[in-house]
Design a binder for this molecule. Sequence first.
Ligand code: SAM
Ligand code: SF4
Length: 301
Amino acid sequence: MRDSHGRNINYLRISVTDRCNLRCRYCMPEHGIISKSHEDILRFEEILKIVKIAETLGINKVRYTGGEPLVMKDIDKLIYETSKLPGIDDIAITTNGILLSDMASDLKKAGLKRVNISLDTLNAEKFKSITRIGNLENVLKSIEKCLTLGLKPVKINTVLMRGFNDTEFEDFLNLTRELPIEVRFIELMPIGEGIKIYEKSKLSFAEMLNQKPELIEIETPKSSTAQLYKLEGAKGKIGFISPLSCKFCADCNKIRLTSTGTIKPCLHSKEEINIKQYLNNEEMLTNVLKRSEERRVGKEC
Ligand code: SAM
Ligand code: SF4
């Protein structure tokens, strides 16, 4: 698929559930979200059907996310069925890592290639505080396990927040000295629960980069959403992601599917296309998916 700005769309990011086993303060309300009914959420077979059609349209890269993808029943089977599609050569997940250490081996056997693990602090008390319920040990064990299994590359997603983890910036950078991981700092977005803390917690990356002139800018692959850096002699890399900035747009190769069956062609557009209604009509579903690339905005930077 090629969009009206000539960008090749080959990446489908699917939220398989809206449920989560954590309650990060910038993402979920304390008592969780009101869970959608089973009829509203895409079922296993429905997700697979959409992936199969997307594959015929040139999607070769699929990321399963959430909510928390690892709380979805049969996520391993979904990954396995996805990996059997000849056109799909890359399957990744974005996870909070709480359940991953016990599942990683089976997920790899099922066809998982890569993981992004979210981790905002290396301090156990602060971890409990930001996630409201999580145990840091589980996430650290998962990172270790994925490295042992050779799920490459292991990327760590860290939302940087003033007054919360900006003081750990250096500690996160130092993780990359010995570990072959990519630590990616993500700018807090004023969305969902993030709106409530945005003004007091937002941080500019220019400010963080000024503190660390020893960070060496390195070549960033076109497909990367991060601007990449390295510390001299380090095994890993460091990335900075500004989700709403222009860097994303020129090379954006992605469309998103929500757990309720809505396609979001572009982060810069409010436009959403409900494809759940077309699930029983393969021809319509194919056409609607094909046309979703026309709805991408393409920001002028
Ligand atoms: N539960 C999984 C996880 O935490 O990795 C996957 C879903 S989570 C919504 C995906 C990513 O979005 C996480 O890295 C999380 O930190 C990030 N995120 C959530 N709300 C955000 C916000 N308001 N601003 C920036 N990043 C946010
Ligand atoms: Fe759950 Fe991920 Fe949101 Fe945290 S960021 S509450 S782990 S969905």
